[in-house]
Design a binder for this molecule. Structure first.
Ligand code: GDG
Length: 733
């Protein structure tokens, strides 16, 4: 079985201290359960914070030794770091922002610094434990910088990340001052998983807008690698909930818990009574005050349900030191008091409120005794409680009212969904649930149980790891085509011993980075110097082969002893000679096409037209990335219809659409150039689609190199223009 390192903020165990003696209790949380099969075989490690604040090395060793038996490797953090990294950046910045509570989001530099530092500590611990080619699965928003920190030091690892909370829309995410660092941190992964398609979509949109990377379906092309994004809705241990529910249903009256006895009393007073349940951590994202207000609205507007329905609300203490949470507790206490005071009677409490956590069996008792689950978070990554409620319904009776803002609502199509901000919507749903006939309840529960039992937490974990393995294989294949130290040395050696060499070099994206305004891409000193040196040996010829117009190319690189091929081959300027026109055609066609391009410029802010002798080009690198892509597709269709039966073709480059005279391309131009001379070393480097012609046409023994990660006919891949310059520099040494 493969070795896997699981990394999360907290370890899946709780350490208890009693007179300097420590004991360990395994956690029954969803994550720990789901990863059990990977973790228990002894070939895996779980890295996380121990939960113990201690600077004492002896104590730390004691804890580490104990945890080793559980295959856990603890991280120790001091009080100050925990405060700023955990309470601060994780829960004071990322948690509220990612749940759309921008008003609660705090931006403090010291929080960020600690977050960065702790992410580094985690990374170093992983590095100290990871063997070659291990799989590392990192969890959640506290550790979003780890993937890239790890990738930089250990490119051999398979790295996956799963976000348990929502990824917000770009318009909210962009508020974060460190937005680029967070995105780049995550892009160190091979695979990034989200609960829902919406979160994945939001993430991809932020990547496109902030970093300008191309994305095709779920694949992001960064300069050096591809990163895959996919949806894995987290499940629960269905069998455990279902079996325990069966077990507790057989308990005798005497065995029943205090809470269950209270519930029994509630039903004894009137067996027709209905019980509604909500369970959540006391967190502002869970919409607890709004739920109470909706319940008040319901009782006020439907007095016929007085004494007939109660809401049993279990809220589990959470982040109790944080002010917002203390305020929330106060607000909830007051609301419960008000509602019970206003509507309650001697024999009926509208709200039965518990502020505590319960042992697992009691939780199941609650699930199985309740008729309705009222789960109305304002935002929730998934909400496992919804699935647990359904799984515990062994008698198939019950109704789930679920907020449409919870990830689980995307999966549980039979739930009654509500907008948690709308008191009326929640109240109507309660009435609907109270009146739902049993057959419908049964049908819905069975359908949902079927889904939850199939896609359980084990399947979730397995699917993620399997997907990561498949992706890692693809990455390996790509890596095999990459210029590495060995191929680089061979290439240099072959060049050095060749008697006549020719280098076909594309310009934009290959020798120079992309600029939002194409005319700004003028060669810098470093590049001019490099080309000059490269051109020094008598037996080396340099051909700059570009889609650019002859004027610009000539101004930038003319008369320096290089051959220039402009407009994809429409013009050629042999070294130290004048331009020769290779394409002969009239340009009347431009009169029809240009107004169309102009209309696209008007409707796509940031885009512009370039008019070349034999082509018209629409550039959209500076436009909004999504609008640009959309318009590019439209433009292609519009123009394709117009140019049918004319000797014109459409070329799609990197953020450009070019309409040009057909029969000329970089490949033909390169071949024609080679006709007159023989070379024993041919090198071609290019980054975009138009360079594929060159790669395809050149003789088999040529060395062809693609810049970037897109599929190519080239033999090798290289990351970016910086690495191209580095490689070329090596040829000059
Ligand atoms: C995050 C995301 C996402 C609750 N009270 C007791 C108790 N629980 C257990 C429940 C459930 C879990 O805690 C709560 O899970 P949720 O999914 O509802 O919420 P978060 O804690 O906010 O978790 C969330 C999740 O990660 C997984 O990706 O779904 O959206 O925010 O399992 O049963 N368990 C016991 N006693 C209690 O009193 N034993």
């Amino acid at each position: 079985m493969q070795r896997i390192i699981i990394v999360s903020n907290r370890l899946p165990v709780t350490i208890k201290e009693n007179k300097e003696e420590y004991t360990i209790q395994a956690s029954a949380g969803g994550l720990a359960t789901g990863l059990k099969s990977f973790h228990k075989n002894g070939n895996s490690t779980w890295i996380g914070w121990s939960g113990i604040i201690s600077n004492d090395k002896k104590e730390q060793n004691k804890i580490s030794n104990l945890l080793e038996k559980e295959n856990c490797s603890p991280i120790f953090l001091d009080k100050n770091l925990i405060k700023k990294y955990y309470d601060g950046y994780s829960n004071g910045t990322l948690w509220p922002l990612f749940h759309y509570f921008t008003e609660f989001t705090e931006f403090k530099n010291s929080y960020w610094e600690s977050y960065y530092e702790v992410n580094k500590i985690f990374t170093e611990t992983i590095i100290s434990q990871a063997q070659k080619n291990d799989t590392v699965w990192i969890h959640d928003y506290q550790l979003m910088l780890v993937p890239n920190m790890l990738r930089e030091k250990r490119p051999d690892l398979k790295i996956g990340f799963f976000l348990h909370i929502p990824f917000p829309s770009y318009e909210v995410f962009r508020i974060l001052p460190k937005r680029n660092d967070i995105i780049k941190g995550l892009l160190g992964c091979d695979l990034i998983g989200f609960h829902t398609y919406d979160y994945a979509r939001h993430f991809i949109s932020s990547v496109k807008r902030l970093l300008g990377y191309d994305v095709e379906f779920n694949t992001i092309s960064t300069e050096s690698r591809k990163v895959y994004v996919d949806v894995f809705p987290m499940g629960i241990d269905y069998k455990k909930f279902n079996d325990t529910s069966l077990k507790v249903s057989h308990k005798s009256v005497r065995e029943r818990s205090e809470i269950q006895q209270q519930i029994d009393k509630f039903f004894m007073q009137d067996p027709e009574r209905k019980l509604m349940l909500s369970i959540d951590r006391l967190d502002y994202t869970k919409g607890i005050p709004q739920r109470l207000k909706a319940f008040r609205f319901f009782i006020k507007n439907h007095p016929e349900y007085k004494e007939k329905v109660s809401l049993i609300m279990l809220t589990v203490p959470s982040r109790v030191d944080v002010e917002q949470y203390q305020n929330l507790k106060k607000e909830v206490d007051e609301l419960v008091g008000q509602i019970n005071g206003e509507f309650g009677t001697i024999s009926w409490n509208p709200i039965i409120y518990f502020y505590r956590s319960l042992p697992f069996d009691n939780l199941i008792e609650l699930y199985s005794s309740s008729d309705i689950a009222l789960l109305t978070p304002l935002r929730d990554g998934m909400n496992l409680v919804a699935k647990e409620f359904i799984a515990s319904k062994i008698n198939k009776k019950g109704v789930l009212i679920l907020s449409e803002m919870a990830g689980a609502s995307k999966e549980l199509g039979q739930a009654t969904t509500v907008n948690p901000y709308s008191l009326r919507s929640v109240s109507n749903a309660i009435v609907k649930a109270l009146n739902m006939d049993e057959q419908k309840q049964e049908e819905d529960i069975i359908t949902m149980q079927d889904r939850i039992s199939r896609y359980d937490v084990f399947r979730w974990a397995n699917d993620f790891v399997s997907a990561l393995n498949i992706i890692a294989k693809k990455q390996e294949e790509h890596l095999a085509g990459k210029i590495n130290d060995v191929t680089k040395q061979e290439l240099i050696a072959n060049y050095k011993k060749s008697s006549k060499s020719i280098l076909f070099l594309d310009y934009d994206g290959t020798l120079q980075r992309f600029f939002k305004v194409p005319q700004n891409a003028k060669p810098d000193e470093e590049l001019l110097d490099l080309l000059k040196k490269l051109n020094e040996p008598e037996n080396t010829e340099i051909v700059i082969i570009s889609g650019r117009d002859k004027q610009t190319l000539g101004d930038w690189l003319g008369n320096q002893g290089y051959t220039l091929i402009a407009e994809h081959g429409a013009w050629i300027k042999p070294r130290n000679e004048n331009w020769i026109e290779k394409a002969h055609s009239n340009t009347d066609w431009k009169k029809n096409i240009k107004p169309i391009l102009e209309s696209y410029v008007d409707r796509t802010p940031g885009s512009l037209i370039e008019d070349k002798t034999h082509s018209l080009t629409w550039h959209y690198r500076k436009a909004d990335i999504e609008l640009g892509n959309l318009r590019a597709r439209e433009l292609r269709t519009d123009v394709a219809n117009l140019i049918a039966n004319q000797k014109l073709e459409i070329l799609e480059g990197s953020k450009v659409i070019e309409i040009k005279v057909s029969g000329i391309n970089k490949g033909y131009a390169a071949l024609e150039y080679l006709k007159n001379n023989s070379y024993d070393f041919i090198l071609a480097i290019g980054d975009d689609w138009t360079d594929e012609y060159t790669f395809k046409e050149l003789p088999n023994d040529s060395i062809t190199i693609k810049v970037g990660t897109d599929k190519s006919h080239a033999k090798y891949y290289i990351n970016d223009y910086i690495q191209v310059r580095e490689l070329l520099k090596n040829l000059t040494l």
